[in-house]
Design a protein. Structure first.
Length: 145
């Protein structure tokens, strides 16, 4: 699937709106569409954004994570567990769910809850669906460790 610029713009706007990312907060982007989303974040002035491959900041320093791409549905667990160590205790997590993967939303929601996140919102976005969650308590981090 080719990501069109208008799709990237709409997805990025939805990710930013659902996670309520403020100026100066760090975000990490993972998945096969991460380079497109990262470029769009930079174009929008979110300069503290990184991809998993370009990440140079120590673990536990990111305020939000965006998981975008086809594997966001297929290999979500491995992507999630690769991204989680980079997040602060109080952080947001947004996942784009491919519309071709019926029933994946419930699996994503279950995995996020198991990792200590509280599902906040979901929104249709172009050719998919975005689920947003937030981790608010320290004890939820201890559960994963």
């Amino acid at each position: 699937m080719t990501v069109l610029r208008s799709d990237t713009e709409q997805l990025t706007a939805t990710l930013l709106a659902l996670t309520r990312l403020a100026d100066g907060q760090r975000t990490i982007v993972a998945g096969s569409f991460s380079d497109d989303i990262h470029a769009e974040l930079l174009r929008r002035g979110v300069f503290r954004a990184a991809t998993m491959s370009s990440c140079r900041v120590a673990w536990g320093q990111y305020d939000a994570a965006f998981v975008v791409g086809r594997e966001a549905s297929h290999g979500f667990e491995s992507l999630m567990f690769n991204v989680l160590p980079f997040l602060k205790v109080r952080s947001a997590f947004a996942v784009w769910i491919d519309p071709d993967q019926h029933g994946r939303a419930s699996i994503v929601q279950t995995r996020l809850r198991q990792a200590g996140f509280c599902i906040e919102a979901g929104s249709r976005c172009g050719r998919g669906f975005v689920v947003s969650a937030r981790r608010l308590e320290w004890k939820s981090v201890a559960k994963i460790a």
